[in-house]
Design a protein around this ligand. Structure first.
Ligand SMILES: [Zn+2]
Length: 1444
C-alpha cells in the first residue's frame, strides 16, 4: 500500500439536523469478584452530542473522593481492586439541550452462595437414604456443586461426606449409610467464589436397620515383648462398624490342632494377653467381628504370630579387640553366632557392643547396636564367620572395657568375655575461660584454664592470632608453641596499636591441636607506659636471607686460578666437624615431581687439627649459592671453591691458613634437586585414591649423606646434628631426634620444625635421616624411650604389630647389652619405596612398607617372620653400628654381621616358639645359604678393603651379613654365651659414640676371656682366619684306629676346575663331634678340639669309638665348615636317618643333607650318597631339614625340568611329600604352619593330587566370591595352582584382582600367581605389560622375572624378555645394584645346556657397555658352566636312582 499524500484532502459539505439523545450502549448491572475490576459502559448519540455524566449513589462522580474508580473514556467507568463493601448503585446521565437519558445500574460483588434450606429425608432405607433441599441465593455467581453430609448417633459432632451433586439443577441426592445407626443430614452449596455455610440439619432423621458386620478387625499382630505370653493386638472396631447390637470380637488361636477361642464383648478392647508358657512359638491367629445378626460374612485373614521372646541363649565367642585405630575408633571382632530360633529365642536383631569406663560400668555404659539379619542362605549359616565392627564413638585416652551380647527384639544374651583396652590420646577440647587480662598497645596478656576434656596428656598450648579489619579477618599471623602443660598465661607481642585481633588458644596433646577457642581483643593506643615482654621467641632460621655475603657463587667459582686437586678418595684429617646445624626446606608444593627440589643451609662447626688452607668436604649434586668460613675474629677470605665430581668433594681454598687449634664455622647454602632413585634425599610416591602423594625421605648409607648436605661423609667423622625443617601445613617432619619446637607459619605459610640438640650423641653421617609427609603414628613408651611407628596416615593401624614387636626388641637389647638406648625416642617409619628392607638410622629407622605393615589374617606368617627378623635387625643396629660404628667401610660386617646374628638371637628369645635358633641355619641370611655363596672364586673375605663408593655399595652382600653372622655365632660357641655377651658389652661401652675396627672387638672379647678365666683367650688368632680369608674349610673326619680320629682340613671350593690355589690357608677350627653311642648334641666350648693345622687328631681313651656305628662332626653346625666322612660312615648316618632320624639333632639332619649335596657337587662325594639323603624324607616332619633338602631339590629340579627324567622325578617327590603334607595340614602354631605352607607349596608344585584338588577348591571358592576368607599361608599356592590349572579365565581374574588390590602382600601373591601359567602367550602378555604399562612397580617387575625363570615354561621366556628389553632394564635398574643383581642371577641361574650358554655368551658379546652387570654376568657364566657339567656328570646316575 502507498501512503496517501497530504495534499490529496478532499473538501466536502454536510447538512446537520438537531435531535434528542438515544442509547448506543445503555448501562447494565455488573457483578465482580473481590479484588477484581468492573467496567460500566454508557454511550448515547444525539445532536448536539450528548454529554455523559456519572453518579454514584446520587453523587456526581466529580465530587467522589475515591480513586478506586476512573473514567476510562467518555463512555466507560472502571472500578479497580474491589472490596466486599464496594457494592453500590451507579447512574449515568446522557444529555443535550433537547433532552436526557438516565441509566441506573448496580455494581454487585460476587460472594459464596447462601446456605441451602429445607433439608429433608425423603426416604430412609437400611443402607441408604434420599435427601432433598432448597437452594439459597447464589450471590451473583452460579452454584456449581452441592455437598451432602451426614452424622450419626455414635458421633453426633462429626459430619461425614455423604454425596456430591455436581448438577446444580438437582436438589436431591442418595446417601449410602451403614446399618444400625441414626443419621442426620445437612447440605453445603458451592459457587466459583466459595462454599456456603452448611444448612441446618435435616428436620427428620433416618434410622437404618441392623445387619452383620461388614469387616473383621484389621492390623492383627503380636507383641513379643513378654516371655511366655502370647499378646495379640488389633485395631478396635468403632461402633458405627458394629452394624447391629451385641457386637463382639472372637479371638481364635490355633496351635497343633488345638484351638482356643475367646469372645470379647467390650468393643473398646484391642489386645488380649494369653499365657502360653512358650518362647517365641508360632501360632495361627484369627480375630473375627460378630453381632446379633451373625458374624461378618467374609473370611478372616490368618495371621501367624509368636509368643514372647526370651533372652538369647547364645553369646558371641571370641570377642576381641582387633585394633585401635584412633582415639575414638576401635575395631572388634567375634565369631558370628548361630542364628537358629532355638538359640536366638526370638527375632535375631544382631549384636550390642557395650563399653564403659573401667570401674564405672553402671554409670558410663554406652551400647552400640550392631544390626544384623540372620543369614538366609543356610550354606552360609554353617560356616563360622567372623564379624567385625568398628566403634567410632569411644572416649579418648580412657581405660575401657567392652563386651558383646546377642540381641533379639527385646532381650539380650549373657555378655561375652570382657575386653579391656585403652584408647590412645586424641586432640583436646577447647580451653576454658580464656580471657585477655591486659591489652597493651603492642601486646596482649592472656590467661586460660586447661580444657575440660584434655583427651590425652596435655603437652602444652599453641597461641595464635589474626588481625581483624572491619569484617575482614586476616590469616593466622603467627602461632607460638609452648611446650608446658602447666602454662596458664602468655604474652603476645609485636602487635599493632589500636587494632582489633582474634586471639586463639589451643591445647595440644601428642595428637595435635585441639578445638579452637578464640577471643576478640583490641590493642590500646600507644601511651607513655613502657612495653613489657616476658616472652620472646627468637626469629627463626631463614635460609633465603644469608647473613654474610663474603663470597658468592659467581665471584668465587669464576675465579680463574687453577683449582687445587686433591687426589685421595678419603678426606684428610686436618678439619674435624663437631656440630652440624642443618636447615632444609623442600620445594614440593604445586610442582611436577620432576621439579622437586630442596634448599639447604649447612652450618658446620669444625676444629682445625692441622693448619691448612684447603678445606675438603663431601658434596654431590648441589647448586651452591653461598659459602663462608668464619672464626671468632671474623670471616675468612676465600680464594675460590671448586666441585670435584670424581671425588664427590667440594674443595675450598682460603687466602690464609686456618690455624691449628682454632674453631671455624663453615656455612654452605645450596639448592638441589630431589629424585625418585632411592638415594640421598628422595621422594617416594604412593597412591591414595586417585591422587599420587609422596613421602620425602633420605637414604644415606653408605655414601649418600653428601647428596643431602655437604658433610664429612665418612663414618669416623662423628658429629652432633641439629636439624631445622621448613615445611608447609599438613606435613609432618621427622629426624633422628624429637622435635622441640615448631614456629610459624610465616607469611608464605611455612612452618619451621626445630629438632632437639642431641646432647652428647655424635653420630656418623650415614645414620642421619629425615622424613617428611602426610604421616600418622602409633605411639608407646618402653623404658622411658618414646617408641612410635609412622607411615602414610591412612595405613597407620597396619603398623601395630611392628610397634609391639619393635618395643620388645628394644627391651631385649637394652637388657642383653646392659646398655640403655641412647636417644629419647625411636621412630620406625614405613616408606613406600626403598632400596633396602630396612635402614637403621639412629632414632628414625626406615623400612620398606611391607616390613612394617602387618594385617592379621591377610599377611602370611612368612611375611610376619620376615618383618619380625628385619625389625630385630634394625633395632640391634642401634647398638651395633649406631652406638659403635665401624671406623671405615672395610669393617661393614661389624655392623651387618652382628645385626644379623643378633636378629636371630633376639627373635629366638622374644618369640621362643618360633624356634629361630634352629631355623636360622636355613634362613635366607643363614649359614647354609652363605656357605654356598662363599665356595667359589667370586666371593670376598668378610673384612674387605674398599675405597670408592661403588665398591662400598657392593659389599652390602650375603658375605657381610650372613657369613659375618655365622662366624659370630661360631665365636659365641667357642667363647661361651656368658663371656661372649660380657665381651660385647665391654666393647660397646669402651667404644660408645666412637668408631671401632674388628681388632678392637677381638681385643674386648679377649680381655673378657681373661677376666672370666677362660682357657682360651686369643680371639684374634682364631677370628682372623675366618674374617680375613675368603672361602671356608671342609674337614675330612676319619677313624685311624679304635682310639684315634683324624681331622684334615682343606679349603672347600665348589668345583675343582675354577679353583684358586687356597692350599696355603689354614683355618683355626673349633671342632666338636658325637657318636651314636654318646648322642650328645649339646656340646659346649669345653668339648672343643681345635684344628689349627692341616691335620689334627683326637685321641679317645675309652671304647666309645670302637663301638660306635657312626660319628658326626660340627654339632649343630656351630662351625662355619663342612664335614666329610668315608663312605662307610656316610652310609651309617643315612641308615640312622631311615631307622630313626630323631636320634640326630634337627640341625645336623639339615647339615647332613646340605653337606652331602655340596660335597657331591664339588666332586668330593659320590652323588649316590647325596641322593640317598632324600630317602628318609617321607618320615621327616621338621621344617629345618625339609628346607635344606628343598634347596638342593630345587637345583635338581631346575636341572631336570627340561629333560625326559622330569616325570620320574616328580613321582619320587610326591612319594616324599605325601606324609609331610598331611601331617602338617592340621598344625596351628607358627613354626608348623610355616612348614605346612612350605610343604603344600612344594606338594602342589609337584602335582600331588590331593594338594591340587584342595587348592583348586579353594581357588574356585575365591573366584566365585572374592570375599571368601583364605588362609594367608595358602594363598600363594592356591592362586598359583588356580592359574596353572585354570586357563586364561583364571589368569585374567587374578590379573584383575592384582590391579585392584591395595594390599601389598595380596598383590605379591597375585603377581607370583600370574607367572604360574603354563600358557606361553599369557606369560608374554605379562611381559609386554611390564615394559609398556605402569601397572608394575620396580620390585614387582624384578619379582616377575625371577619367578618366571623358575618355571619350565617361563624359563626360556625370561631370557627372551631380558634380551629384548635389555636397554630399558639397564636404564631402570642399573642404578639399583640390589635389584639389578637379582634380575641377572634369577634369569641366568637355571642355564644348564650348552645352547643356552652360547646364547648368553652371544648376548654379552653384543653388549658394549655392561657396567656393573659385567661381573654379575661373569658369575652367571661360571654358574652355567657348573650346571652343564653337573648335569652331564650325574644325569645317568640320577636316572638309575629314580628308576629304582
Ligand atoms: Zn643391617
Amino acid at each position: 500500500m502507498n501512503p496517501v499524500s497530504e495534499h490529496a484532502i478532499k473538501h466536502s459539505f454536510k447538512l446537520e439536523v438537531e435531535s434528542v439523545p438515544e442509547w448506543v450502549a445503555e448501562p447494565k448491572d455488573v457483578a465482580a469478584r473481590v479484588g477484581g475490576e468492573a467496567v460500566f459502559e454508557c454511550k448515547a448519540e444525539g445532536r448536539p452530542a450528548p454529554k455523559i455524566q456519572w453518579f454514584m449513589n446520587g453523587i456526581p462522580l466529580e465530587d467522589w473522593k475515591d480513586d478506586s474508580c476512573r473514567i476510562v473514556t467518555n463512555g466507560q467507568l472502571q472500578f479497580l481492586n474491589l472490596g466486599q463493601e464496594d457494592a453500590k448503585r451507579i447512574q449515568c446521565n446522557a444529555s443535550n439541550h433537547h433532552g436526557y437519558l438516565l441509566g441506573d445500574v448496580a455494581l454487585n460483588i460476587m460472594a459464596p452462595p447462601d446456605q441451602p434450606t429445607d433439608v429433608t429425608t425423603s426416604a430412609c432405607m437400611s443402607r441408604s437414604a434420599n435427601v432433598t433441599w432448597t437452594e439459597g441465593f447464589n450471590n451473583f455467581s452460579p452454584i456449581t456443586t452441592f455437598y451432602v453430609e451426614y452424622n450419626h448417633s455414635f458421633a453426633p459432632n462429626f459430619w461425614n461426606k455423604g454425596a456430591i451433586v455436581t448438577d446444580p439443577s438437582k436438589t436431591e441426592a442418595k446417601v449410602w449409610l451403614s446399618p444400625y445407626a441414626r443419621y442426620t443430614f445437612r447440605v453445603i452449596a458451592e459457587n466459583e467464589i466459595g462454599r456456603s455455610m452448611p444448612s441446618d440439619p435435616s428436620v427428620n432423621a433416618c434410622a437404618t436397620e441392623s445387619d452383620r458386620p461388614e469387616k473383621h478387625p484389621t492390623n492383627v499382630h503380636t507383641d513379643i515383648s513378654k516371655t511366655g505370653w502370647l499378646i495379640v493386638k488389633w485395631d478396635r472396631m468403632e461402633e458405627i462398624e458394629h452394624n447391629g447390637p451385641g457386637f463382639r470380637y472372637n479371638l481364635i488361636i490355633k496351635e497343633d490342632g488345638r484351638t482356643i477361642k475367646t469372645e470379647i464383648y467390650d468393643w473398646t478392647v484391642n489386645k488380649q494377653e494369653i499365657y502360653m508358657g512358650t518362647v517365641y512359638e508360632p501360632y495361627e491367629i484369627h480375630v473375627e467381628a460378630e453381632n446379633e445378626k451373625g458374624p461378618c460374612p467374609y473370611r478372616t485373614v490368618m495371621h501367624i504370630g509368636h509368643s514372647g521372646e526370651a533372652a538369647p541363649l547364645i553369646t558371641p565367642d571370641n570377642f576381641e579387640l582387633v585394633d585401635i585405630m584412633s582415639a575414638y575408633e576401635a575395631t572388634f571382632q567375634w565369631d558370628a553366632v548361630d542364628t537358629s530360633p532355638e538359640k536366638i529365642r526370638g527375632v535375631f536383631k544382631g549384636y550390642k557392643i557395650r563399653y564403659w569406663k573401667t570401674g564405672q560400668k553402671n554409670t558410663s555404659m554406652t551400647v552400640i547396636e550392631v544390626p544384623r539379619t540372620p543369614a538366609r542362605d543356610t550354606r552360609i549359616k554353617k560356616r563360622a564367620i567372623t564379624e567385625t565392627v568398628t566403634v567410632n564413638s569411644l572416649p579418648p585416652f580412657s581405660d575401657l572395657e567392652a563386651d558383646i551380647v546377642t540381641a533379639n527384639t527385646y532381650f539380650i544374651s549373657d555378655p561375652s568375655n570382657v575386653v579391656s583396652f585403652r584408647t590412645p590420646e586424641g586432640v583436646p577440647g577447647p580451653v576454658k575461660n580464656a580471657q585477655v587480662v591486659v591489652s597493651g598497645a603492642h601486646h596482649f596478656q592472656i590467661q586460660w584454664e586447661p580444657p575440660e576434656e584434655p583427651n590425652g596428656m596435655l603437652l602444652g598450648y599453641d597461641i595464635g592470632y589474626r588481625k581483624v579489619n572491619g569484617s575482614n579477618i586476616g590469616e593466622v599471623l603467627r602461632t607460638d608453641r609452648y611446650d608446658d602443660p602447666q602454662l596458664s598465661q602468655a604474652l603476645i607481642g609485636n602487635l599493632e596499636e589500636n587494632q582489633p585481633y582474634m586471639v586463639y588458644v589451643w591445647a595440644r596433646t601428642i595428637k595435635g591441636r585441639g578445638e579452637d577457642y578464640f577471643l576478640d581483643a583490641k590493642t590500646a593506643h600507644a601511651g607513655n607506659k613502657s612495653e613489657f615482654f616476658s616472652h620472646q621467641i627468637s626469629s627463626y632460621a631463614s635460609i633465603s636471607t644469608p647473613t654474610t655475603t663474603q663470597c658468592d657463587a659467581k665471584t668465587c667459582q669464576n675465579n680463574t686460578s687453577k683449582p687445587v686437586m686433591y687426589d685421595l678418595i678419603r678426606l684428610p684429617q686436618s678439619l674435624w666437624p663437631k656440630l652440624y646445624n642443618i636447615t632444609i626446606q623442600p620445594f614440593i608444593y604445586d610442582v611436577d615431581p620432576m621439579e622437586f627440589s630442596f634448599a639447604c643451609e649447612a652450618i658446620i662447626h669444625m676444629d682445625c687439627k692441622e693448619s691448612t688452607d684447603l678445606i675438603l668436604i663431601h658434596s654431590v649434586g648441589h647448586n651452591i649459592s653461598f659459602i663462608s668460613i668464619e672464626n671468632e675474629t671474623g670471616t675468612i677470605e676465600l680464594v675460590h671453591w671448586w666441585h670435584n665430581d670424581d671425588l664427590e668433594m667440594l674443595q675450598i681454598k682460603s687466602k690464609y691458613m686456618l690455624t691449628e687449634g682454632e674453631e671455624y664455622v663453615l656455612t654452605i647454602q645450596s639448592v638441589s634437586s630431589m629424585s625418585e632413585n632411592l638415594r640421598g634425599f628422595y621422594y617416594s610416591p604412593y597412591r591414595e585414591g586417585n591422587q599420587t602423594k609422596y613421602i620425602f625421605t633420605t637414604m644415606m648409607e653408605p655414601t649418600d649423606a653428601r647428596r643431602v648436605f655437604p658433610c664429612f661423609d665418612e663414618p669416623d667423622f662423628k658429629a652432633v646434628f641439629i636439624f631445622n625443617i621448613i615445611r608447609k601445613e599438613g606435613l609432618t617432619s621427622l629426624t633422628n631426634l624429637p622435635r622441640r619446637l615448631t614456629l610459624g607459619p610465616d607469611a608464605e605459610g611455612y612452618y619451621t620444625d626445630i629438632f632437639d640438640e642431641p646432647r652428647n650423641v655424635p653420630m656418623s653421617t650415614y645414620l642421619v635421616a629425615i622424613a617428611i609427609g602426610d604421616l600418622d603414628n602409633l605411639a608407646s613408651t618402653v623404658n622411658n624411650v618414646s617408641f612410635r611407628t609412622w607411615c602414610r596416615s591412612r595405613e597407620v593401624n597396619k603398623t601395630k604389630y611392628a610397634l609391639e614387636i619393635g618395643m620388645k626388641f628394644m627391651e631385649f637389647f637394652e637388657d642383653y647389652f646392659q646398655i640403655p638406648y641412647s636417644l629419647p625416642k625411636e621412630d620406625m617409619i614405613a616408606v613406600p619405596t626403598m632400596s633396602f628392607a630396612g635402614m637403621e638410622h639412629w632414632g628414625l629407622i626406615t623400612y620398606r612398607e611391607n616390613m612394617l605393615f602387618y594385617e592379621e589374617g591377610v599377611s602370611s606368617l612368612n611375611d610376619k617372620e620376615t618383618m619380625t627378623i628385619i625389625i630385630a635387625h634394625e633395632v640391634a643396629h642401634q647398638w651395633f653400628g649406631n652406638l659403635v660404628s665401624p671406623f671405615w667401610w672395610d669393617d661393614l660386617w661389624l655392623n651387618e654381621g652382628f645385626a644379623t646374628y643378633m636378629m636371630f638371637l633376639a627373635v629366638d628369645r622374644v618369640l621362643p616358639s618360633w624356634n629361630m635358633v634352629n631355623k636360622q641355619i636355613v634362613e635366607t641370611r643363614g649359614l647354609q645359604n652363605v656357605m654356598q655363596a662363599d665356595d667359589d672364586n667370586n666371593t670376598h673375605p668378610v673384612y674387605v678393603d674398599v675405597y670408592n663408593p661403588d665398591d662400598i655399595a657392593n659389599i652390602f652382600d650375603l658375605i657381610s651379613y650372613a657369613k659375618g653372622g655365622a662366624v659370630i655365632r661360631m665365636m659365641n660357641f667357642f667363647l661361651g654365651e656368658d663371656t661372649f655377651r660380657k665381651g660385647l658389652t665391654r666393647y660397646l661401652k669402651d667404644f660408645s659414640y666412637k668408631t671401632a675396627t674388628h681388632k678392637d672387638l677381638w681385643s674386648s672379647l679377649s680381655q673378657q676371656a681373661v677376666v672370666d678365666n677362660h682357657t682360651f683367650t686369643d680371639v684374634t688368632a682364631v677370628m682372623d682366619t675366618w674374617v680375613l680369608e675368603e672361602n671356608y674349610p671342609v674337614v675330612k673326619m676319619s677313624l685311624i684306629d679304635d682310639h684315634t680320629i683324624q681331622l684334615t682340613q682343606s679349603a672347600f671350593l665348589e668345583t675343582a676346575e675354577q679353583r684358586k690355589d687356597r692350599s696355603h690357608v689354614t683355618w683355626k677350627i673349633p671342632f666338636v663331634y658325637t657318636t651314636d653311642i654318646e648322642r650328645n648334641f649339646n656340646k659346649t666350648y669345653a668339648d672343643i678340639t681345635w684344628i689349627s693345622n692341616k691335620t689334627a687328631y683326637i685321641k679317645v681313651s675309652d671304647t666309645s669309638l670302637r663301638n660306635a656305628s657312626w660319628i658326626i662332626g660340627n654339632i649343630q653346625q656351630y662351625g662355619f665348615y663342612r664335614v666329610n666322612y668315608d663312605e662307610h660312615n656316610w652310609n651309617a648316618l643315612l641308615d640312622q636317618l631311615i631307622a630313626n632320624h630323631t636320634i640326630i639333632h634337627v640341625i645336623n639332619r639339615a647339615q647332613i643333607i646340605n653337606d652331602a649335596w655340596n660335597l657331591a657337587r664339588a666332586g668330593l662325594l659320590d652323588i649316590q650318597i647325596a641322593l640317598k639323603t632324600l630317602d628318609y624324607l617321607d618320615k621327616e616332619l621338621d621344617f629345618v631339614p625339609w628346607k635344606a633338602a628343598l634347596r638342593e631339590l630345587k637345583y635338581v629340579k631346575t636341572s631336570l625340568q627340561l629333560t625326559a627324567l622330569y616325570g620320574l622325578f616328580e613321582h619320587f617327590m610326591r612319594g616324599r611329600l605325601r606324609k609331610a603334607y598331611f601331617s602338617t595340614a592340621v598344625a596351628r602354631d607358627h613354626y608348623n604352619r610355616l612348614q605346612y605352607s612350605m610343604i603344600s607349596n612344594i606338594a602342589c608344585e609337584y602335582d600331588l593330587e590331593e594338594c591340587i584338588d584342595d587348592a583348586m577348591d579353594k581357588f574356585n571358592a575365591w573366584k566365585n566370591d572374592n570375599n571368601v576368607s583364605m588362609d594367608p599361608e595358602l594363598k600363594e599356592m592356591v592362586y598359583c595352582i588356580g592359574v596353572k590349572h585354570g586357563g586364561q579365565e583364571a589368569w585374567a581374574y587374578v590379573l584383575r584382582n592384582f590391579i585392584d588390590s591395595e594390599s601389598t602382600s595380596e598383590k605379591q601373591f597375585l603377581l607370583d600367581a600370574l607367572t604360574c601359567s603354563t600358557q606361553p602367550w599369557l606369560l608374554m602378555t605379562l611381559s609386554e605389560m611390564m615394559f609398556s604399562t605402569d601397572v608394575f612397580s620396580k620390585t614387582e617387575k624384578v619379582s616377575v622375572l625371577a619367578r618366571l625363570s623358575g618355571t619350565p615354561t617361563g624359563r626360556l621366556l625370561a631370557w627372551n624378555i631380558l634380551e629384548d628389553n635389555w636397554k630399558s632394564i639397564q636404564d631402570e635398574f642399573g642404578e639399583d645394584i640390589n635389584l639389578f643383581s637379582v634380575i641377572i642371577s634369577a634369569v641366568t641361574h637355571s642355564i644348564n645346556t650348552p645352547a643356552e650358554l652360547n646364547r648368553l655368551r652371544g648376548f654379552l658379546r653384543q653388549q658394549k657397555n655392561l657396567g656393573r652387570a659385567k661381573a654379575m654376568f661373569e658369575t652367571a657364566i661360571d654358574k652355567a658352566e657348573t650346571n652343564i657339567k653337573w648335569k652331564d656328570k650325574y644325569y645317568d646316575t640320577i636316572k638309575a636312582w629314580l628308576s629304582n
